[in-house]
Design a protein around this ligand. Structure first.
Ligand code: CA
Length: 236
């Protein structure tokens, strides 16, 4: 039974979320405060966190960032709850390490579906991570990424990628299905703290696509998610 930390200061929403998740058989740990949420996440290591943004104590984005900095909590999937008007919260949330977001008001059915999807994905990623750590070679469909040799093969044909193209592809492929903002990719792959111009990502993505597509005939290994960023295709 998965354990889900639900962080929401509006009591009626907290109860709605709790009721619907418990009905699905999940164990719910509720809290209304951001600072408590961080402590509980560290103590109890839940399988998933449903996290409101506007909270007393520490806000949801700060909680996200703190969880990302800690190796023991970094991989806990986070679903952000955000008010309809606060689009920036959602983008920042994904940058800070959230995996998905739900816009209020939401239907319980939507919430449950998103929770299930995240739990399924994290189980896959865990399994996949163990496999790749053992081999240092990533195989995704017809694509093979050798992380020791910095080499990429598609259908057995070696492709020449620049270091940054390689690292970008590898970063996305290791986290396939997950969407990253341009800013996040610049921070992770390039180490930029406050990127002012994110077009460099678009340029690199275009080059990687061109190099891979020549061989694979599959133009959609890396997908553009409008208004958010990029992700590596989930099913190959
Ligand atoms: Ca709130």
């Amino acid at each position: 039974m998965a354990k889900i930390l639900v962080v929401e200061d509006e009591k009626n929403i907290l109860e709605l979320v709790r009721f619907n998740l418990e009905r699905e058989g999940y164990q719910v740990i509720p809290t209304t405060d951001g600072t408590c949420a961080l402590e509980m996440a560290r103590d109890q290591l839940p399988d998933l966190i449903v996290l409101d943004v506007m909270l007393p104590g520490m806000n949801g984005l700060e909680v996200c960032r703190e969880l990302q900095l800690d190796a023991s909590t970094r991989f806990i999937p986070i679903i952000i709850l955000s008010a309809r008007a606060e689009e920036l919260d959602r983008v920042l949330g994904l940058e800070m390490g959230a995996d998905d977001y739900i816009v209020k008001p939401f239907s319980p059915r939507e919430l449950v579906a998103r929770v299930k999807a995240q739990l399924r994905r994290s189980a896959q990623v865990e399994q996949w991570g163990e496999e790749t750590r053992a081999h240092k070679v990533l195989e995704v469909g017809q694509l093979v990424i050798d992380e020791e040799k910095y080499a990429v093969f598609i259908n057995g044909v070696k492709k020449d990628l620049t270091t940054k193209e390689f690292e970008l592809l590898s970063y996305l492929a290791r986290r396939r299905g997950k969407v990253f903002t341009r800013e996040h990719l610049l921070a992770e792959v390039w180490g930029y703290d406050n990127p002012v111009d994110t077009r460099t990502i678009d340029v690199h993505i275009r080059h990687v696509r061109q190099k891979l597509e020549q061989e694979s005939g599959d133009s959609q290994l890396i997908e553009t998610v409008r208004g958010v960023g990029y992700r590596f295709k989930e099913d190959t």
